[in-house]
Design a protein around this ligand. Sequence first.
Ligand code: ADP
Length: 395
Amino acid sequence: MNSMWWPPLIFVTLVALVILQSWWQTRQNRRQRARVEQDYTAALLQQQREAFAQAQAQQQALFNSMIEGVLLLDAEQKVLLVNESMRRVFNLPADVSGKSVVEILRIADLLALTDRLKKEKNFSDVELQLPGDNAPCFQVTGTLVLDRDNLVQGYLLLLHDITRLKQLENVRQEFVANVSHELRTPLSLIKGFTETLLDGAKDNPEVATPFLQKIDKHADRLIFLIEDLLTISRLESGRVSLNCQELCLAEIVQRAFDDVEARAAEKTISLENKVLETIRVWADADRLHQVLFNLVENAVKYGRQNGRVTIEFKKTAQGDPEVLVADDGVGIPPDSLERIFERFYRVDRARSRDTGGTGLGLSIVKHIVQAHGGEVRVKSDLNKGSVFYFTLPKS
Ligand code: ADP
């Protein structure tokens, strides 16, 4: 080859080498960039997945910690989510996701709420009472889940348990009704006797005197009732502070016996204080007297003619001081034993009223004994008699 061709040939070769090197470098760089991008995308995806799982776990934890029941359904009314509260109340199996709501909850009134959502889009505070005695009651809030085009995506129901609230409301209503009734009865009698006296009977001492005595008796009943109501209210609100000290039980028993002596004498009932003079108990003197007075008064009221009322002191198996008030009177039917400590509960309404009872005595007894940290119970045989037991704290 002619030597003059060498330089251009070398030059061309060098240029080709430089181009080849640059091409190779660019390719390498592109590959590396693609790898980095791939790694970055994979890391990003992993991060997103983890963040999503974490958000889901947080969401589930939040739903599960809610007192309200949460039920989320898709557009076909299949379960997307139920929280623990919902699962517990409706006794649902662990995994109900994807199951039809009709399949897992056969409660017509609840299912009707999803239909209602279709029409109303949302509602709040709809009451849902589950069927059955003492079954729970809920306040339900519902929302129809819509997408951007207003197409139904699902249904969200929030169930707030209001069973306890309902029970308290019933107790309150019953209490108001009872108090009104108890107040109205003596008031109507007082009004009746007063009107008869004003109509002329006042001028006839033979009629006027017994009428005035009746007015006096019913006014007393009103006073007792209001005193008992105030006591109950103070005890229930915890506003009663006990002044506990060491007391001679026999003395307090004697005070209670002295208070009912006249009534016991009318029925020739003997009152037997079997408590030894040496027995000391730890209690509030006035409150202990009130407990004993209420129990002894009942024992005389419901005791039989020529009967006996006895008070004894014992220690329970656990060593707690226990007082027993026993009578041999009418006794209490077994089905009433559970209820006699309730406010206004009476086995025989007419008999209780005739004897001046307010229906609050045993409820007061229970509250006072419990305030001392003790317990009260009763055993009774119909037509044979009753024994009331209450414990006091160890001194
Ligand atoms: P009351 O004012 O009617 O006596 P209490 O709360 O003291 O109200 O008693 C509730 C009910 O328990 C009474 O109405 C009565 O039916 C029953 N009871 C209470 N003590 C006795 C008893 N020693 N013997 C029989 N029944 C009793």
